[in-house]
Write a protein that binds this ligand. Structure first.
Ligand SMILES: [Fe+2]
Ligand SMILES: [Fe+2]
Length: 272
């Protein structure tokens, strides 16, 4: 018997939420997942997460929502993250930052430890070293968790690769998020760890990682960053990873990338 994980990367705003809601019946029936993880840093208008959206995502059957650099964009997060035990933010933020970076969740009689980390390369320089943060958390949870899963939210592919090999055999699943672009390197490393550098986003496909082209052009043409808005009303891409973990050996058995395209017509009637 295997425990099946459905892992969805950054979900971008209203089009991303519509796509997940539309696909949910299919995912439940065809994929028959046991444990659902979704990166939620871009759920609310592309920037952050609100309490209302958090509750909506929970109603979809998501077990854990992970985060990243955009976790803090909607300021109400500071009011509810402490109580939301299944809403993680990167664990390597300094200890004074509210919320938690890891937690343990029981499912099918197994204890699943989920850890959220953020890379340092080309990102926020004020965080702790994620490799060392992982070492510390792993020592704490290794007796408490049967399966360890890491969302490594990072920009640089090399940093993600290095982390996967560093944590090999300690975490059974390591998936990357943040770039919004899926990578084609999903595999099981040495029979120990299922890995992908980036799951990719769920959002409007012909956009600049989910944002309107016209909002980004001042940056590229003039070097001036204007306000970004989520791209809407276009074809939406859904990217996910499905991982099977053997319930006896607790080792990964299978890893598979999943991509679906939805026309805007199909998503019109979906309210989120
Ligand atoms: Fe993101
Ligand atoms: Fe991010």
């Amino acid at each position: 018997m295997a425990m099946r994980f459905l892992i969805v990367g950054d979900v971008i705003g209203n089009p991303g939420r519509r796509a997940i809601k539309k696909l949910l019946p299919h995912l439940k029936e065809e994929i028959q997942f046991d444990f659902f993880i979704l990166n939620g840093e871009n759920l609310a208008g592309g920037f952050g997460i609100t309490k209302k959206i958090y509750q909506e995502v929970k109603s979809w059957g998501v077990d854990v929502i992970t985060g990243g650099n955009h976790t803090w964009d909607k300021k109400e997060i500071f009011q509810f993250i402490e109580e939301a035990k299944d809403l993680l933010r990167p664990a390597n933020y300094p200890p004074s930052v509210p919320g938690r970076g890891w937690n343990i969740f029981e499912k099918k009689g197994l204890r699943v430890g989920v850890i959220n980390l953020m890379g340092l390369a080309f990102m926020n320089p004020y965080l702790e070293n994620p490799f060392l943060t992982f070492d510390r958390i792993y020592e704490e949870i290794k007796e408490m968790a049967d399966i360890v899963v890491v969302d490594f939210h990072a920009e640089a592919t090399a940093e993600k690769n290095a982390f996967a090999l560093y944590a090999l055999g300690r975490a059974q699943i390591i998936f990357g998020t943040h770039t919004h672009i899926p990578t084609a390197d999903e595999r099981i490393i040495e029979g120990k760890t299922a890995y992908i550098t980036d799951v990719g986003m769920t959002g409007v496909l012909n956009s600049v990682i989910g944002v309107n082209l016209k909002d980004t052009l001042p940056l590229y043409l003039q070097g001036i960053k204007k306000r970004f808005h989520v791209a809407e009303k276009g074809e939406v891409v859904f990217n996910a990873l499905v991982v099977d973990i053997d319930e006896t050996s607790l080792k990964p058995l299978k890893v598979q990338r999943l991509q679906k395209l939805l026309s805007w017509e199909e998503l019109k009637g979906i309210s989120v």
